[in-house]
Design a protein around this ligand. Sequence first.
Ligand code: ADP
Ligand code: MG
Length: 482
Amino acid sequence: MSNLEKYQLVVGLEVHAQLSTKSKLFCADDTSFGSAPNTQVSPISLAHPGTLPKLNQKAVELAVKLGIALHCEIESYNYFARKNYFYPDLPKGYQISQHTAPICKGGTVLIESQDGLKNIQLNRIHIEEDAGKSIHDADSEYSLIDLNRAGTPLVEIVTEPVIHSAEDAFLFLTELRKTLRWLDVCDGNMEEGSMRCDANISIRLKGDLTLGKRVEVKNLNSIRNVKRVIDIEFERLVALTENNESITQETRSYDADNNSTFSLRTKEDAEDYRYFPEPDLPPFVITQTYIDDITSSMPALPNQVKNKYIKEYGLSDYDASVVCSDKEDVLFFESVIKYSQDFKAVANWMLGPLKYHCNENGIGFSAFPLSSKLIADLISLTSSGKLSFNNASGKVLQALITNPNQSANEAASALNLIQESDSSELMKWIEQVIIDMPEKVKEYKSGKKGLIGLFSGEVKKRSKGKADMQLVNQLLQEKLNQ
Ligand code: ADP
Ligand code: MG
């Protein structure tokens, strides 16, 4: 048994997600990303004397929405606490957070792991405000501070230590981000920092029930990096243990350039945050009516939509999963099936040629250059046999993208690609070919089935390439096997 196989990996994730509100958690400052530094900072964000925070209702609504989607218990009596610490990017000297009383308790996220469906247990989701940003690489002598982000509303989503592979952590974060985006709770944009993850990692001998000492790797800014870090730490912790070296409970950081982690501080220097209830904010109560109202306003969740596509639209499990991987993909699918009831064909087109175009151009489906109606028309030209799939998804699609001011039929006709799919017309060519090639027909009937290609090639030639070859093949077989 290799050393790694002796141990079980144990991971708990803490995800910070920036709530998609227009203004900050306790004041009207704008939250949009990318503005000039320190232009979205009012005296309230800085907690100047005499200023008072006021809770943004929208932030509460979004947190509750998320809690409902993730099957959490929603706390009725809520209040905030001050977490006191000094850091240059924390202008107030404290962060307002829900310390002991999270707005959402428990909950689960369902993932489709390699070894089956798993419910990843959540510990809690709580609301808190973000700090500002320290910028260390813009100036050679000084660290710079941008306080635009200070006071932005976050939810922190905390799992129980129940994840046992880097792959499952990856799936969990992917699923969570999908839900966040689906509900417009958070844009899930990890590069811009609106979703960040801390990974808590420990190991124990397989079969052990007690948890080992953990390391916490902070501020991971991509799902792939979380996966990498878990693999790195698993191997590092196993190596330490196997060498009889002790594991220190510490906070680490990830160096993407070297794909390695390094220690930031050990937990022994952990600060005492002197939490106390925030005196400037009254407690707030969430009623069952409020929860019911939000529930009834929520869209069907990704899994529900996926099941509908399988059961009602006949999509395969795989196709339904891919179509439902993103909200914009589902919206696109829904808009095309308004004009075409051929659900499977729409899914095939989406996963094939349309996706290809998106990837080539670095765009999502929401930016697809053709209207849903035009796409649906193109698909039905193919389904009805008037246009081969190859021509439709190649030349005609391209022609439409170049000039979307024509119908699918016009584009195909202009390229001379409309094919003959009228069976009686095709039958005339087929019968003629059979009459003209009596020897070959005899050989075919005595077992040389490969000759079918010769016949269909002949039909194609005589139709000047216009025949719907799928239909020709079908008719030829029927005719020859009579
Ligand atoms: P803190 O707030 O100090 O980081 P918490 O107890 O709230 O501590 O835990 C934070 C995260 O660490 C949770 O996701 C939890 O599941 C995870 N965690 C706690 N102990 C361990 C452990 N021994 N191994 C792996 N993850 C752990
Ligand atoms: Mg932590």
